[in-house]
Ligand binder design. Structure first.
Ligand SMILES: Nc1ncnc2c1ncn2[C@@H]1O[C@H](COP(=O)(O)OP(=O)(O)O)[C@@H](O)[C@H]1O
Ligand SMILES: C[C@@](O)(CCOP(=O)(O)O)CC(=O)O
Ligand SMILES: [Mg+2]
Length: 398
């Protein structure tokens, strides 16, 4: 079977407001980051399917004949992009040797790959031999949406290899993006990948990985925010490991145990997201004032308290908030929490020396800390000439 080779990339994300609440039908505001995941798909004639995942130290291969046995007798039954096929997931778990409810995140990445590979190629009646290698600038499992960037790249590459969406690049073009219809399909398949990795994702992360920019996300409805001021944000990785799947399940348990206490907290987070959206819009219509920034800071503090009530805080995140407040700056966790990353809002008048001192304070705590730029492009296809040197160096090893 002839398949198209390709290189794809997708950005990570930071959630400004609405993490966890968004899983339960509330509004989230999220931005893409200038840190990306890169995927290279190569056609081979080895009759094997190989995956190289250096970020999680995972390198595996399967015989195509072994994978064929996982397909139902009529391959056409697979490939429903709107529903996770529980039977296929069960067969894949047996193949990979993990039980239902496993927290082994490396196995989740493999399951997500095999699931999308089999589903996308099942209809063609033939499984191609290929090698997929993925490398990311994002820390994995730290709240910056690495699982979604991974799933978006997998979806884009496998859909393109199978000819379901066109391979975009003509000779002149070094980087290209698809139209709405193809992006929608990539986003839906990426959501299935996220379901395997997260259990119960809201879909906000794969939406940002696919479309990029600054988005409002509400119950599957994606609205790009066109009128947003240039926000300066500091990202801090506490390096405390955590699993989105566990944290999302923990919030659900709390909701079940104390519905009358937790539901109002989620509603309040929804109001925080809406108030933030309103403030950002005012800041683009009028000139941003110090009062606008005061409001954004207060919203950050309120949301961080709410996230603590939901049980997704961590002492390392408390330290982040305390250390930055000592320099007059406001922080909250971003993503699933429980460790991982936080964001700190920088005001336009925040002096360079204050930013540098804050970064140093946080590094002294053992954290990684850097100023980020937001609003990067969503999923893209690249010619080898237009890929980061570092990604190409990694790919050259496989
Ligand atoms: N570059 C990558 N290579 C392989 N797997 C990845 C990669 N990035 C993310 N993943 C998968 O996503 C998981 C992390 O997802 P998650 O816990 O949702 O954290 P986050 O999405 O915040 O980084 C990893 O354990 C792995 O299964
Ligand atoms: C907690 C949540 O709102 C965001 C999770 O993001 P991350 O996997 O921690 O990057 C879950 C979701 O929206 O699916
Ligand atoms: Mg994730």
């Amino acid at each position: 079977m002839h398949i198209k080779e390709c290189i794809m990339s997708a950005p990570g994300k930071a959630i400004l407001h609405g993490e966890h609440a968004v899983v339960h039908g509330n509004v989230a505001l999220a931005v893409s980051l200038n840190l990306r995941t890169y995927l290279q798909l190569q056609a081979t004639s080895t009759s094997k399917v190989c995956i190289n995942l250096p970020n999680i130290n995972t390198f595996l291969s399967w015989d195509v004949t072994e994978l064929k046995q996982l397909l139902p007798d009529s391959g056409a039954e697979l490939g429903n992009v709107n529903e996770l096929d529980a039977e296929l997931v069960r067969r894949l778990r047996d193949l990979v040797g993990v039980s239902n409810g496993t927290l082994d995140t490396r196995s989740m990445a493999i399951l997500a790959f095999l699931y999308i590979y089999l589903s996308v190629f099942a209809g063609s009646g033939e499984l191609p031999s290929l090698t997929v290698s993925v490398w990311s600038e994002l820390p994995t499992g730290a709240g910056l949406g690495s699982s979604a960037a991974y799933s978006v790249c997998l979806a884009a590459a496998l859909l393109s290899a199978s000819g379901t969406i066109p391979s975009l690049l003509s000779d002149q073009e070094s980087t290209a993006r698809w139209g709405e219809v193809e992006m929608e399909l990539i986003n839906r398949w990426a959501f299935q990948g996220e379901r395997i990795i997260h259990g119960n994702p809201s879909g906000v992360d794969n939406a940002v990985g696919t479309w990029g920019g600054i988005l409002r996300y509400h119950s599957g409805k994606i609205t790009p925010l066109s009128r947003v001021p240039m926000l300066r944000i500091l990202l801090t990785n506490t390096k405390v490991p955590r699993s989105t799947k566990v944290l999302v399940a923990g919030v659900k348990d709390k909701m079940n145990k104390f519905p009358s206490i937790i539901n109002p907290v989620l509603e309040s987070v929804n109001a925080v997201s809406c108030t933030c959206e309103q403030t950002l819009s005012e800041m683009t219509s009028d000139t941003p004032t110090p009062e606008h920034y005061n409001i954004l800071e207060e919203l950050i503090d309120i949301n961080q308290h709410h996230l603590n009530v939901m049980g997704v805080g961590h002492p390392a995140l408390d330290t982040l908030c305390r250390v930055t407040l000592a320099r007059g700056l406001h922080s909250k966790l971003t993503g699933a929490g429980g460790g991982g990353c936080g964001i700190t809002l920088l005001r336009p008048e925040t002096e360079c020396s204050v930013v540098q001192d804050t970064i140093q304070d946080l590094r002294d705590c053992g954290y990684d800390c850097w100023e980020t730029s937001i609003g990067a492009e969503g999923v893209q296809q690249h010619s080898p000439l237009a890929v980061k040197e570092e990604a190409l160096e990694v790919f050259a090893r496989y």
